[in-house]
Ligand binder design. Structure first.
Ligand code: ZN
Length: 564
Protein backbone atom coordinates (compact mmCIF):
# COMPACT_ATOMS: atom_id res chain seq x y z
CA UNK A 1 0.00 0.00 0.00
CA UNK A 2 1.24 3.50 -0.77
CA UNK A 3 2.28 5.33 2.40
CA UNK A 4 -0.11 8.18 1.62
CA UNK A 5 -3.06 5.74 1.56
CA UNK A 6 -2.31 4.07 4.89
CA UNK A 7 -5.28 4.80 7.17
CA UNK A 8 -4.59 6.87 10.26
CA UNK A 9 -6.49 6.24 13.48
CA UNK A 10 -6.61 8.62 16.46
CA UNK A 11 -6.07 6.63 19.67
CA UNK A 12 -7.79 8.02 22.68
CA UNK A 13 -5.61 8.37 25.80
CA UNK A 14 -8.37 6.69 27.87
CA UNK A 15 -8.14 3.57 25.69
CA UNK A 16 -4.33 3.61 25.75
CA UNK A 17 -4.35 3.87 29.55
CA UNK A 18 -6.86 1.05 29.86
CA UNK A 19 -4.91 -1.24 27.53
CA UNK A 20 -1.55 -0.66 29.25
CA UNK A 21 -3.00 -0.83 32.78
CA UNK A 22 -4.55 -4.18 31.93
CA UNK A 23 -1.24 -5.44 30.56
CA UNK A 24 0.51 -4.37 33.76
CA UNK A 25 -2.11 -6.09 35.95
CA UNK A 26 -2.13 -9.28 33.89
CA UNK A 27 1.67 -9.53 34.06
CA UNK A 28 1.67 -8.74 37.78
CA UNK A 29 -0.98 -11.32 38.71
CA UNK A 30 0.11 -14.07 36.34
CA UNK A 31 0.64 -17.45 37.96
CA UNK A 32 2.43 -19.10 35.03
CA UNK A 33 4.94 -18.10 32.36
CA UNK A 34 2.29 -18.87 29.71
CA UNK A 35 -0.04 -16.28 31.18
CA UNK A 36 2.66 -13.60 31.03
CA UNK A 37 3.56 -14.52 27.47
CA UNK A 38 -0.07 -14.36 26.43
CA UNK A 39 -0.53 -10.87 27.82
CA UNK A 40 2.86 -9.87 26.38
CA UNK A 41 1.66 -10.84 22.90
CA UNK A 42 -1.42 -8.71 23.35
CA UNK A 43 0.66 -5.76 24.55
CA UNK A 44 2.91 -6.14 21.53
CA UNK A 45 -0.05 -6.00 19.18
CA UNK A 46 -1.18 -2.82 20.85
CA UNK A 47 2.35 -1.35 20.60
CA UNK A 48 2.34 -2.03 16.85
CA UNK A 49 -0.99 -0.19 16.56
CA UNK A 50 0.17 2.75 18.68
CA UNK A 51 3.59 3.09 17.04
CA UNK A 52 2.16 2.87 13.51
CA UNK A 53 -0.27 5.70 14.11
CA UNK A 54 2.34 7.76 15.93
CA UNK A 55 4.67 7.26 12.98
CA UNK A 56 2.02 8.11 10.36
CA UNK A 57 1.18 11.28 12.25
CA UNK A 58 4.87 12.25 12.43
CA UNK A 59 5.33 11.60 8.70
CA UNK A 60 2.29 13.61 7.68
CA UNK A 61 3.11 16.44 10.05
CA UNK A 62 6.74 16.75 8.87
CA UNK A 63 5.74 16.57 5.20
CA UNK A 64 3.36 19.47 5.74
CA UNK A 65 3.75 21.36 9.00
CA UNK A 66 0.78 23.53 8.01
CA UNK A 67 -1.70 20.61 7.88
CA UNK A 68 -4.14 21.62 10.61
CA UNK A 69 -5.28 18.11 11.45
CA UNK A 70 -1.79 16.66 11.90
CA UNK A 71 -0.52 19.78 13.70
CA UNK A 72 -3.18 19.07 16.33
CA UNK A 73 -2.44 15.34 16.39
CA UNK A 74 1.26 16.09 16.78
CA UNK A 75 0.54 18.32 19.78
CA UNK A 76 -1.63 15.56 21.21
CA UNK A 77 1.30 13.11 21.07
CA UNK A 78 3.61 15.65 22.74
CA UNK A 79 1.09 15.70 25.56
CA UNK A 80 0.45 11.97 25.95
CA UNK A 81 3.80 10.36 25.14
CA UNK A 82 5.40 11.00 28.58
CA UNK A 83 2.48 9.18 30.22
CA UNK A 84 2.67 6.32 27.72
CA UNK A 85 6.41 6.04 28.45
CA UNK A 86 5.80 6.00 32.19
CA UNK A 87 3.24 3.20 31.79
CA UNK A 88 5.62 1.29 29.60
CA UNK A 89 8.37 1.62 32.25
CA UNK A 90 5.91 0.35 34.83
CA UNK A 91 5.23 -2.68 32.64
CA UNK A 92 9.01 -3.27 32.29
CA UNK A 93 9.42 -3.11 36.06
CA UNK A 94 6.72 -5.74 36.56
CA UNK A 95 8.58 -8.10 34.20
CA UNK A 96 11.92 -7.33 35.88
CA UNK A 97 10.55 -7.96 39.36
CA UNK A 98 8.42 -10.97 38.43
CA UNK A 99 9.02 -14.12 40.53
CA UNK A 100 8.94 -15.88 37.14
CA UNK A 101 11.77 -13.72 35.75
CA UNK A 102 14.30 -16.52 35.20
CA UNK A 103 11.82 -18.53 33.12
CA UNK A 104 10.65 -15.40 31.32
CA UNK A 105 14.17 -14.48 30.30
CA UNK A 106 14.54 -17.92 28.85
CA UNK A 107 11.15 -17.90 27.11
CA UNK A 108 11.61 -14.36 25.78
CA UNK A 109 15.18 -13.09 25.43
CA UNK A 110 17.93 -12.27 27.94
CA UNK A 111 18.93 -9.33 25.72
CA UNK A 112 15.39 -7.96 25.97
CA UNK A 113 15.72 -8.05 29.76
CA UNK A 114 19.00 -6.14 29.54
CA UNK A 115 17.12 -3.39 27.69
CA UNK A 116 14.35 -3.43 30.29
CA UNK A 117 16.98 -3.05 33.00
CA UNK A 118 18.61 0.07 31.54
CA UNK A 119 15.18 1.54 30.88
CA UNK A 120 14.32 1.04 34.52
CA UNK A 121 17.65 2.48 35.72
CA UNK A 122 17.21 5.61 33.60
CA UNK A 123 13.79 6.64 34.86
CA UNK A 124 12.25 7.53 38.20
CA UNK A 125 9.19 9.45 39.34
CA UNK A 126 11.42 11.76 41.40
CA UNK A 127 13.07 13.28 38.34
CA UNK A 128 9.98 14.08 36.27
CA UNK A 129 10.00 17.78 37.22
CA UNK A 130 13.72 17.96 36.36
CA UNK A 131 13.05 16.33 33.01
CA UNK A 132 10.45 18.98 32.23
CA UNK A 133 13.01 21.65 33.12
CA UNK A 134 15.61 19.93 30.95
CA UNK A 135 13.20 19.88 28.00
CA UNK A 136 12.54 23.60 28.43
CA UNK A 137 16.27 24.30 28.33
CA UNK A 138 16.60 22.22 25.16
CA UNK A 139 13.83 24.29 23.58
CA UNK A 140 15.51 27.51 24.76
CA UNK A 141 18.76 26.43 23.14
CA UNK A 142 17.23 25.31 19.84
CA UNK A 143 15.16 28.49 19.58
CA UNK A 144 18.21 30.65 20.18
CA UNK A 145 20.21 28.76 17.56
CA UNK A 146 17.38 28.66 15.00
CA UNK A 147 16.79 32.40 15.35
CA UNK A 148 20.37 33.40 14.45
CA UNK A 149 20.88 35.37 11.26
CA UNK A 150 24.16 36.29 9.62
CA UNK A 151 24.98 39.26 7.42
CA UNK A 152 27.44 38.12 4.77
CA UNK A 153 28.46 40.21 1.75
CA UNK A 154 25.30 42.28 1.86
CA UNK A 155 22.85 39.41 2.31
CA UNK A 156 21.18 37.79 5.32
CA UNK A 157 21.70 34.06 5.82
CA UNK A 158 20.49 31.37 8.22
CA UNK A 159 23.23 29.33 9.89
CA UNK A 160 22.60 26.38 7.52
CA UNK A 161 22.83 28.65 4.49
CA UNK A 162 25.95 30.44 5.72
CA UNK A 163 27.68 27.14 6.39
CA UNK A 164 27.57 26.46 2.64
CA UNK A 165 30.40 29.04 2.38
CA UNK A 166 32.49 27.11 4.95
CA UNK A 167 33.19 24.60 2.16
CA UNK A 168 33.82 27.19 -0.57
CA UNK A 169 36.74 26.45 -2.83
CA UNK A 170 38.01 30.02 -2.33
CA UNK A 171 39.99 30.29 0.90
CA UNK A 172 39.28 33.99 1.48
CA UNK A 173 35.54 33.31 1.20
CA UNK A 174 35.71 30.55 3.81
CA UNK A 175 37.72 32.74 6.14
CA UNK A 176 35.34 35.67 5.79
CA UNK A 177 32.30 33.43 6.31
CA UNK A 178 33.80 32.05 9.53
CA UNK A 179 34.64 35.57 10.75
CA UNK A 180 31.04 36.64 10.19
CA UNK A 181 29.87 33.49 11.93
CA UNK A 182 32.22 33.91 14.90
CA UNK A 183 31.40 37.58 15.45
CA UNK A 184 27.69 36.85 15.52
CA UNK A 185 28.17 33.86 17.82
CA UNK A 186 30.15 36.03 20.23
CA UNK A 187 27.01 38.12 20.72
CA UNK A 188 25.18 35.08 22.14
CA UNK A 189 28.16 33.38 23.83
CA UNK A 190 27.12 34.39 27.33
CA UNK A 191 23.55 33.12 26.78
CA UNK A 192 24.94 29.83 25.46
CA UNK A 193 27.15 29.53 28.56
CA UNK A 194 24.20 30.22 30.80
CA UNK A 195 21.85 27.68 29.16
CA UNK A 196 24.51 24.99 29.28
CA UNK A 197 25.37 25.75 32.88
CA UNK A 198 21.73 25.29 33.89
CA UNK A 199 21.53 22.06 31.85
CA UNK A 200 24.59 20.60 33.56
CA UNK A 201 23.15 21.49 36.97
CA UNK A 202 19.73 19.97 36.31
CA UNK A 203 21.23 16.76 34.91
CA UNK A 204 23.60 16.48 37.85
CA UNK A 205 20.64 16.93 40.20
CA UNK A 206 18.67 14.15 38.48
CA UNK A 207 21.61 11.77 38.79
CA UNK A 208 22.12 12.51 42.47
CA UNK A 209 18.41 12.11 43.25
CA UNK A 210 18.60 8.64 41.71
CA UNK A 211 21.66 7.74 43.78
CA UNK A 212 24.34 8.04 41.09
CA UNK A 213 27.67 9.77 41.71
CA UNK A 214 27.19 12.15 38.79
CA UNK A 215 25.36 12.38 35.47
CA UNK A 216 27.77 10.17 33.52
CA UNK A 217 26.29 6.86 34.70
CA UNK A 218 22.70 8.04 34.28
CA UNK A 219 23.56 9.47 30.87
CA UNK A 220 24.77 6.05 29.72
CA UNK A 221 21.53 4.40 30.90
CA UNK A 222 19.49 7.06 29.16
CA UNK A 223 21.29 6.11 25.95
CA UNK A 224 20.01 2.53 26.43
CA UNK A 225 23.52 1.09 26.44
CA UNK A 226 23.61 -2.61 27.16
CA UNK A 227 26.95 -3.80 25.86
CA UNK A 228 29.56 -1.26 26.88
CA UNK A 229 30.21 1.23 29.66
CA UNK A 230 32.70 3.89 30.70
CA UNK A 231 35.63 1.49 30.83
CA UNK A 232 35.15 0.46 27.20
CA UNK A 233 34.71 4.05 26.04
CA UNK A 234 37.91 5.02 27.85
CA UNK A 235 39.75 2.24 26.02
CA UNK A 236 38.24 3.40 22.72
CA UNK A 237 39.40 6.96 23.38
CA UNK A 238 42.92 5.69 23.99
CA UNK A 239 42.80 3.71 20.73
CA UNK A 240 41.68 6.82 18.83
CA UNK A 241 44.47 8.94 20.31
CA UNK A 242 47.15 6.34 19.67
CA UNK A 243 46.16 4.95 16.29
CA UNK A 244 43.62 7.17 14.60
CA UNK A 245 44.72 10.75 15.34
CA UNK A 246 48.21 10.39 13.77
CA UNK A 247 46.72 9.01 10.54
CA UNK A 248 44.18 11.82 10.35
CA UNK A 249 46.86 14.45 10.93
CA UNK A 250 49.13 12.96 8.24
CA UNK A 251 46.36 12.67 5.64
CA UNK A 252 44.94 16.11 6.33
CA UNK A 253 48.29 17.91 6.30
CA UNK A 254 49.34 16.15 3.16
CA UNK A 255 46.02 16.99 1.50
CA UNK A 256 46.34 20.62 2.60
CA UNK A 257 49.72 20.87 0.87
CA UNK A 258 48.03 19.69 -2.31
CA UNK A 259 45.43 22.43 -1.88
CA UNK A 260 48.22 25.01 -1.50
CA UNK A 261 47.51 25.67 2.16
CA UNK A 262 50.47 26.71 4.33
CA UNK A 263 49.03 26.89 7.85
CA UNK A 264 46.06 24.56 8.32
CA UNK A 265 43.31 26.81 9.69
CA UNK A 266 39.94 25.80 11.08
CA UNK A 267 38.31 27.20 7.95
CA UNK A 268 40.29 24.81 5.76
CA UNK A 269 38.75 21.69 7.24
CA UNK A 270 35.66 21.62 5.00
CA UNK A 271 37.52 21.36 1.71
CA UNK A 272 39.03 18.07 0.58
CA UNK A 273 39.13 17.92 -3.21
CA UNK A 274 40.84 20.63 -5.28
CA UNK A 275 38.36 22.47 -7.48
CA UNK A 276 35.53 21.87 -5.02
CA UNK A 277 33.92 18.79 -3.52
CA UNK A 278 32.08 16.59 -6.10
CA UNK A 279 28.34 16.83 -6.62
CA UNK A 280 25.97 14.16 -8.00
CA UNK A 281 25.51 14.27 -11.77
CA UNK A 282 21.73 14.42 -11.68
CA UNK A 283 18.72 15.58 -9.73
CA UNK A 284 16.05 13.55 -7.98
CA UNK A 285 15.04 11.46 -10.98
CA UNK A 286 18.61 10.42 -11.86
CA UNK A 287 19.45 9.70 -8.22
CA UNK A 288 16.34 7.51 -7.81
CA UNK A 289 17.16 5.65 -11.01
CA UNK A 290 20.77 5.11 -9.94
CA UNK A 291 19.70 3.90 -6.48
CA UNK A 292 17.18 1.46 -7.98
CA UNK A 293 19.84 0.06 -10.31
CA UNK A 294 22.36 -0.18 -7.48
CA UNK A 295 20.09 -2.09 -5.11
CA UNK A 296 19.01 -4.39 -7.94
CA UNK A 297 22.61 -5.27 -8.74
CA UNK A 298 23.61 -5.61 -5.08
CA UNK A 299 21.37 -8.56 -4.08
CA UNK A 300 17.87 -10.02 -4.44
CA UNK A 301 16.93 -8.83 -0.95
CA UNK A 302 18.03 -5.25 -1.58
CA UNK A 303 16.21 -5.33 -4.94
CA UNK A 304 12.94 -6.36 -3.27
CA UNK A 305 13.53 -3.68 -0.63
CA UNK A 306 14.04 -0.79 -3.06
CA UNK A 307 11.03 -1.92 -5.13
CA UNK A 308 8.87 -1.84 -2.00
CA UNK A 309 10.12 1.67 -1.20
CA UNK A 310 9.56 2.97 -4.73
CA UNK A 311 6.20 1.24 -5.30
CA UNK A 312 4.79 2.62 -2.05
CA UNK A 313 6.18 6.16 -2.50
CA UNK A 314 8.15 5.81 0.73
CA UNK A 315 10.51 8.71 -0.06
CA UNK A 316 9.74 12.40 0.31
CA UNK A 317 12.93 14.18 -0.70
CA UNK A 318 11.99 17.49 -2.36
CA UNK A 319 12.52 20.68 -0.36
CA UNK A 320 9.33 22.76 -0.33
CA UNK A 321 7.45 25.33 1.70
CA UNK A 322 6.01 24.10 5.02
CA UNK A 323 8.05 20.91 4.93
CA UNK A 324 10.22 20.15 7.95
CA UNK A 325 13.84 20.95 7.14
CA UNK A 326 15.71 17.91 8.46
CA UNK A 327 15.88 14.30 7.41
CA UNK A 328 15.08 10.92 8.94
CA UNK A 329 14.21 7.29 8.36
CA UNK A 330 11.24 5.88 10.22
CA UNK A 331 9.09 2.76 10.12
CA UNK A 332 5.36 1.97 10.08
CA UNK A 333 5.34 -1.42 11.81
CA UNK A 334 1.72 -2.37 11.01
CA UNK A 335 2.62 -2.33 7.31
CA UNK A 336 6.29 -3.33 7.76
CA UNK A 337 7.02 -0.21 5.74
CA UNK A 338 10.05 2.05 6.19
CA UNK A 339 9.78 5.72 5.17
CA UNK A 340 12.47 8.33 4.42
CA UNK A 341 12.17 12.11 4.54
CA UNK A 342 14.94 14.38 3.21
CA UNK A 343 15.47 17.76 1.59
CA UNK A 344 17.60 17.38 -1.55
CA UNK A 345 20.00 20.30 -2.11
CA UNK A 346 22.15 19.22 -5.05
CA UNK A 347 25.17 18.21 -2.95
CA UNK A 348 26.57 14.76 -2.16
CA UNK A 349 24.22 14.75 0.86
CA UNK A 350 21.47 13.74 -1.59
CA UNK A 351 23.33 10.53 -2.36
CA UNK A 352 23.78 9.84 1.36
CA UNK A 353 19.99 9.70 1.62
CA UNK A 354 20.00 6.77 -0.81
CA UNK A 355 22.88 5.01 0.98
CA UNK A 356 22.89 5.99 4.67
CA UNK A 357 19.15 6.53 5.30
CA UNK A 358 18.26 3.73 2.92
CA UNK A 359 20.68 1.53 4.93
CA UNK A 360 18.55 2.16 8.02
CA UNK A 361 15.40 1.46 5.98
CA UNK A 362 16.88 -1.73 4.52
CA UNK A 363 17.59 -2.91 8.05
CA UNK A 364 13.99 -2.21 9.13
CA UNK A 365 12.84 -4.22 6.11
CA UNK A 366 15.13 -7.16 6.93
CA UNK A 367 14.13 -7.40 10.61
CA UNK A 368 10.40 -6.74 10.21
CA UNK A 369 9.53 -10.38 10.93
CA UNK A 370 12.07 -10.93 13.73
CA UNK A 371 10.51 -12.30 16.89
CA UNK A 372 11.62 -9.28 18.91
CA UNK A 373 11.18 -6.67 16.19
CA UNK A 374 9.05 -4.54 18.53
CA UNK A 375 10.89 -5.09 21.82
CA UNK A 376 14.49 -4.85 20.64
CA UNK A 377 14.28 -3.70 17.04
CA UNK A 378 17.57 -2.75 15.43
CA UNK A 379 19.39 -2.52 18.78
CA UNK A 380 21.41 0.36 20.22
CA UNK A 381 22.44 3.48 18.34
CA UNK A 382 25.90 2.06 17.64
CA UNK A 383 24.37 -0.99 15.95
CA UNK A 384 21.82 1.03 13.98
CA UNK A 385 24.55 3.36 12.69
CA UNK A 386 26.73 0.38 11.78
CA UNK A 387 23.90 -0.73 9.46
CA UNK A 388 23.65 2.65 7.72
CA UNK A 389 27.31 3.73 7.67
CA UNK A 390 28.43 0.37 6.29
CA UNK A 391 25.86 0.62 3.49
CA UNK A 392 27.51 3.91 2.47
CA UNK A 393 30.65 1.84 1.76
CA UNK A 394 28.90 -1.12 0.11
CA UNK A 395 27.55 1.54 -2.27
CA UNK A 396 31.10 2.47 -3.38
CA UNK A 397 31.08 -0.30 -5.96
CA UNK A 398 28.17 1.43 -7.73
CA UNK A 399 28.99 5.04 -6.94
CA UNK A 400 29.88 6.02 -10.52
CA UNK A 401 26.15 5.74 -11.23
CA UNK A 402 25.75 8.83 -9.01
CA UNK A 403 28.99 10.75 -9.61
CA UNK A 404 30.11 9.70 -13.08
CA UNK A 405 33.76 10.56 -13.73
CA UNK A 406 34.05 12.12 -10.26
CA UNK A 407 33.43 8.76 -8.54
CA UNK A 408 36.96 8.51 -7.12
CA UNK A 409 36.88 12.11 -5.98
CA UNK A 410 33.71 11.24 -4.08
CA UNK A 411 35.23 8.07 -2.58
CA UNK A 412 38.25 10.03 -1.37
CA UNK A 413 36.20 12.87 0.08
CA UNK A 414 33.70 10.50 1.68
CA UNK A 415 36.28 8.33 3.42
CA UNK A 416 38.55 11.19 4.54
CA UNK A 417 35.58 13.12 5.87
CA UNK A 418 34.45 10.08 7.87
CA UNK A 419 37.99 9.34 9.01
CA UNK A 420 38.32 12.87 10.40
CA UNK A 421 34.95 12.59 12.10
CA UNK A 422 36.24 9.95 14.52
CA UNK A 423 38.74 12.20 16.40
CA UNK A 424 36.17 15.01 16.46
CA UNK A 425 33.33 12.82 17.73
CA UNK A 426 35.55 11.23 20.37
CA UNK A 427 36.57 14.67 21.56
CA UNK A 428 32.91 15.72 21.84
CA UNK A 429 32.33 12.69 24.05
CA UNK A 430 35.48 13.22 26.14
CA UNK A 431 34.42 16.82 26.73
CA UNK A 432 31.09 15.72 28.15
CA UNK A 433 32.76 13.30 30.54
CA UNK A 434 34.91 16.14 31.89
CA UNK A 435 31.91 18.45 32.21
CA UNK A 436 29.59 16.02 34.01
CA UNK A 437 32.33 14.67 36.27
CA UNK A 438 33.01 18.28 37.32
CA UNK A 439 29.59 19.92 37.37
CA UNK A 440 30.90 23.03 39.15
CA UNK A 441 33.28 24.08 36.40
CA UNK A 442 32.90 27.69 35.27
CA UNK A 443 32.10 28.45 31.63
CA UNK A 444 35.69 29.64 31.13
CA UNK A 445 37.04 26.38 32.51
CA UNK A 446 34.83 24.43 30.08
CA UNK A 447 36.27 26.35 27.14
CA UNK A 448 39.78 25.70 28.42
CA UNK A 449 39.01 21.98 28.64
CA UNK A 450 37.77 22.07 25.05
CA UNK A 451 40.94 23.79 23.83
CA UNK A 452 43.06 21.20 25.56
CA UNK A 453 41.13 18.42 23.83
CA UNK A 454 41.52 20.19 20.46
CA UNK A 455 45.29 20.15 20.92
CA UNK A 456 45.25 16.40 21.56
CA UNK A 457 42.65 15.23 19.04
CA UNK A 458 43.15 17.72 16.21
CA UNK A 459 46.63 19.11 16.76
CA UNK A 460 46.95 20.15 13.09
CA UNK A 461 44.09 22.66 13.19
CA UNK A 462 44.86 26.28 14.05
CA UNK A 463 42.13 28.37 15.65
CA UNK A 464 43.93 31.68 16.12
CA UNK A 465 42.26 34.75 14.72
CA UNK A 466 38.80 33.22 14.33
CA UNK A 467 36.37 34.93 16.68
CA UNK A 468 34.44 32.65 19.05
CA UNK A 469 36.42 29.54 18.05
CA UNK A 470 39.79 30.73 19.34
CA UNK A 471 38.27 30.93 22.81
CA UNK A 472 37.41 27.21 22.72
CA UNK A 473 33.72 27.56 21.93
CA UNK A 474 33.34 25.15 18.99
CA UNK A 475 31.26 22.83 21.20
CA UNK A 476 28.53 25.45 21.61
CA UNK A 477 27.03 24.79 18.19
CA UNK A 478 27.29 21.01 18.44
CA UNK A 479 23.64 20.56 19.31
CA UNK A 480 24.10 17.01 20.66
CA UNK A 481 26.18 18.42 23.53
CA UNK A 482 23.20 20.44 24.65
CA UNK A 483 20.32 18.23 23.56
CA UNK A 484 21.36 14.57 23.77
CA UNK A 485 24.36 14.04 26.06
CA UNK A 486 26.68 11.10 25.33
CA UNK A 487 24.94 10.37 22.01
CA UNK A 488 27.97 11.18 19.87
CA UNK A 489 30.34 8.33 20.63
CA UNK A 490 27.97 5.79 19.05
CA UNK A 491 28.60 7.38 15.64
CA UNK A 492 32.34 6.94 16.19
CA UNK A 493 32.08 3.30 17.23
CA UNK A 494 29.85 2.57 14.25
CA UNK A 495 32.17 4.41 11.87
CA UNK A 496 35.09 2.15 12.82
CA UNK A 497 32.90 -0.90 12.15
CA UNK A 498 31.87 0.60 8.80
CA UNK A 499 35.54 1.12 7.88
CA UNK A 500 36.06 -2.54 8.78
CA UNK A 501 33.40 -3.49 6.22
CA UNK A 502 34.92 -1.10 3.66
CA UNK A 503 38.29 -2.84 3.88
CA UNK A 504 36.69 -6.29 3.84
CA UNK A 505 34.61 -5.34 0.79
CA UNK A 506 37.73 -4.20 -1.06
CA UNK A 507 39.22 -7.68 -0.62
CA UNK A 508 36.12 -9.82 -1.09
CA UNK A 509 32.91 -7.90 -1.78
CA UNK A 510 30.57 -10.89 -1.83
CA UNK A 511 31.96 -12.35 1.41
CA UNK A 512 31.89 -9.02 3.22
CA UNK A 513 28.35 -8.31 2.01
CA UNK A 514 27.16 -11.73 3.20
CA UNK A 515 28.61 -11.05 6.67
CA UNK A 516 26.99 -7.60 6.67
CA UNK A 517 23.58 -9.06 5.82
CA UNK A 518 23.93 -11.65 8.57
CA UNK A 519 24.73 -8.86 11.03
CA UNK A 520 21.80 -6.77 9.77
CA UNK A 521 19.27 -9.59 10.10
CA UNK A 522 19.95 -10.07 13.78
CA UNK A 523 18.90 -6.50 14.58
CA UNK A 524 19.67 -5.86 18.24
CA UNK A 525 19.11 -9.44 19.36
CA UNK A 526 22.86 -10.08 19.42
CA UNK A 527 24.98 -7.56 21.32
CA UNK A 528 27.27 -5.17 19.41
CA UNK A 529 30.65 -6.76 20.30
CA UNK A 530 29.33 -10.25 19.46
CA UNK A 531 27.89 -9.03 16.16
CA UNK A 532 31.26 -7.61 15.19
CA UNK A 533 33.18 -10.70 16.28
CA UNK A 534 30.90 -12.85 14.19
CA UNK A 535 31.35 -10.55 11.17
CA UNK A 536 35.16 -10.60 11.63
CA UNK A 537 35.22 -6.86 12.29
CA UNK A 538 37.45 -5.37 15.02
CA UNK A 539 35.62 -4.52 18.26
CA UNK A 540 36.70 -0.87 18.63
CA UNK A 541 37.16 -0.84 22.39
CA UNK A 542 39.54 -3.78 22.58
CA UNK A 543 43.12 -2.80 23.26
CA UNK A 544 44.96 -1.76 20.11
CA UNK A 545 41.87 -2.53 17.99
CA UNK A 546 42.26 0.47 15.67
CA UNK A 547 45.93 0.18 14.82
CA UNK A 548 45.70 -2.17 11.87
CA UNK A 549 42.43 -0.62 10.69
CA UNK A 550 43.81 2.95 10.65
CA UNK A 551 46.93 1.86 8.76
CA UNK A 552 44.93 0.04 6.11
CA UNK A 553 42.42 2.87 5.65
CA UNK A 554 45.33 5.30 5.21
CA UNK A 555 46.89 3.08 2.55
CA UNK A 556 43.54 2.76 0.74
CA UNK A 557 43.03 6.53 0.76
CA UNK A 558 46.49 7.15 -0.63
CA UNK A 559 45.79 4.69 -3.46
CA UNK A 560 42.55 6.45 -4.37
CA UNK A 561 44.24 9.83 -4.21
CA UNK A 562 46.71 8.72 -6.88
CA UNK A 563 43.77 8.45 -9.26
CA UNK A 564 42.25 11.88 -8.74
ZN1 ZN B 1 21.95 7.23 10.76
Amino acid sequence: MKVKNMPYEHLDIEDIRKELREAIELARNAKTVEEVLESHERTNKFTVRFMSNYSLCHIRYTCNTADEFYVKENEYYDEIVPEVQALSTEYSNVLLQSPLRAQLEEALSPVYFKYLEVQSKSMSQEIIADMVEENKLVTEYSKLMAGLEFEFRGKTYSRAALSGFFKDDDRATRKEAYEVFGNKMNEVAVSLDDIYDRMVKVRDRMAKKMGYKNYVELGYYRMNRVSYGQKEIEAFRKNVLESWVPVNVRLREENARRLGIDTYMFYDDGVIVPGGNPRPIGGKEEIFKAATEMYHEMSDESAAFIDLMMDNDAFDVEARKNKWGGGYCTNIPAYKQPFILANFNGTSDDVDVMTHEAGHAFNAYLIADNRFAMEIGCGGMETAETHSMSMEYFAWKYIDKFFGENADKYRYMHALDNLSFIPYGTMVDAFQHIVYENPDMTPAQRNEAWLELESKFRPHIHLEGIPFLEEGRRWQYQMHIYETPFYYIDYCLAQTAAFGFLLASQEDYAGAYARYIRLMKQGGETLFPDLLDEAEIAVPFKEGALEELAGKVEALLLTIKEKI
